[in-house]
Design a protein around this ligand. Structure first.
Ligand code: 13P
Length: 256
């Protein structure tokens, strides 16, 4: 049985104290779970340092929501991989659709960030996913494959071992999102798996593929039951700690 990854992206929600309180609760929940369940929380940059200090368990990682691709330099307002590594960040969320949509991040730029994350011995969590127009035009697989292939292009086969992927169709994310059907998710995850195996052989089999986009208490069990779904990347549902707890404890009971 391979690991199950359960993470949450706090986006620009929760204040400083609220985030630390939330992380304290996540710590309590993860205290007695199997090392086969890997939980992670990705809060705003402001709280990362203190969140890491307060996080004792190896099975709860703290990550960043973005990162510059360059170690240091005159890039006002950016946060570098070197700085994130220094404070103990484990995982870098890269290319979330909100970054692509509102901040113009391109596949080419993301490829550099992915490489920088690996170079600084962190784990890139590359987010991919088609928008509604691409889905309606039957271009979902083509879009996701392009994002994957360009996003990972700078890595050697050996380096691909460190990568994690989150499939987050844009139309499924957030308040107006429609959760993707688990069978549809599995279809796209199979396409991604085939691509990763072409790129990296057997290593491609080991790269965790997470699903995100309106994961809720009604659909998480079926999503987790799919062969190529190695975890979930959750927004709103996980921000309510009792709901995140239910998902974590379910996985701990059924997948270890
Ligand atoms: P929701 O679960 O709120 O749709 O958000 C998913 C997401 O964007 C995680 O990165």
């Amino acid at each position: 049985m391979s690991k199950i990854y359960l993470g949450t992206n706090l986006k620009m929600f929760k204040g400083y104290q609220e985030t630390l309180e939330y992380i304290k609760r996540v710590n309590e929940i993860t205290q007695n779970i199997s090392s086969d369940i890997q939980v992670f929380v990705i809060p705003s940059f402001l709280t990362i340092s203190e969140a890491i200090e307060k996080t004792q368990q190896k099975n709860c990682w703290i990550g960043s929501q973005n990162m510059a691709s360059i170690a240091e330099g005159a890039y006002t307002g950016e946060i570098s991989p070197k700085q994130l590594k220094e404070i103990g960040v484990t995982i870098n969320e890269l290319g979330h659709s909100e970054r692509r949509q509102f901040f113009g991040e391109t596949d080419q730029e993301l490829a550099k960030k992915v490489k920088a994350s690996v170079d600084f011995k962190m784990r890139p969590l590359l987010c991919v996913g088609e928008n509604a127009l691409e889905k309606d035009s039957n271009a979902s697989s083509a879009t996701v494959l392009r994002q994957l292939q360009i996003g990972l292009a700078k890595l050697t086969v050996e380096e691909l071992k460190n990568v994690m992927i989150a499939y987050e169709p844009v139309w499924a994310i957030g308040e107006n999102g429609v959760p993707a059907e688990p069978t549809y998710v599995e279809e796209i995850h199979q396409v991604m798996r085939d691509c990763l195996m072409t790129l990296a052989g057997e290593i491609g089999q080991e790269i965790p593929l997470l699903y995100g986009g309106s994961v809720n208490l009604a659909n998480y069990q079926e999503l987790l039951s799919k062969k190529n779904v190695d975890g979930l990347f959750i927004g709103r549902t996980a921000w309510e700690i009792e709901k995140f707890k239910e998902i974590i404890l379910f996985a701990n009971k059924n997948y270890v």
